[in-house]
Design a binder for this molecule. Sequence first.
Ligand code: 13P
Length: 248
Amino acid sequence: FIMTNKYMYFVANWKMYGALSSLNTLNKVIKFSKSKDINKGRLIYCPPYTLISSFSKKFKNCQIGIGGQNCHEGENYGPYTGSVNAHMLKNIGAQFVIIGHSENRERGENDKLINLKIKSALRAKLKVIFCIGETLNQKKQKKTRSILSKQIKVGLNNIKNKSNIFIAYEPVWAIGSGFIPKSEDLFTTVQYIKSKFKVNFPKVLYGGSVNTQNITSLKEINNLDGFLIGGASQNAKKFIDIVKKTYT
Ligand code: 13P
């Protein structure tokens, strides 16, 4: 098995960063996406809501995907100040949406709400990047598996067709910290996540402090289908570098 032959997803999560001026930095990435360096993978950008429309216009003639970073669970328009639903994302050109990110769980999103959001996103024909992961405390208490199991069970409750769902395993303690799990731990956790699905394993991405250095060891973990990249994805050169290093 050679990692370089595997189709991989590289998802840029820009979080609450980026302005119209950031559009210029995408030229490099667009050029790269058309080169043969990346014929075995897919780039997906999830900028803040304010930039989705401009990003999707910018990517019109290339294969780069676009996604939102969250959505409201409601399927119709409604009096929800500050919210955006999945149909609205779809309408401005998004094909993906990140749901269940720990930064939103920390602000009160629970597994049940996440389940409703995922259902609404699938009905709007978006592909879902469903984030799960344990906190440092949960890890210390050896609760990683039970937490992941609950997040998957409740988050995907009553969803029969899971073919448009990616799982992003993001240990909360690895996000923005510079720390990543030990390779063998990451491999076994990803196997555990996949074992929760009887048929049609979802694609599993890893997220948390992925950078241009640690990608050389992360890419060896051969049950991963890609990466969800925060900080490093805001810099076009670093993002491209991560992709290139995955394939070399
Ligand atoms: P960092 O890559 O900045 O650690 O962020 C990871 C993340 O939360 C991606 O969703």
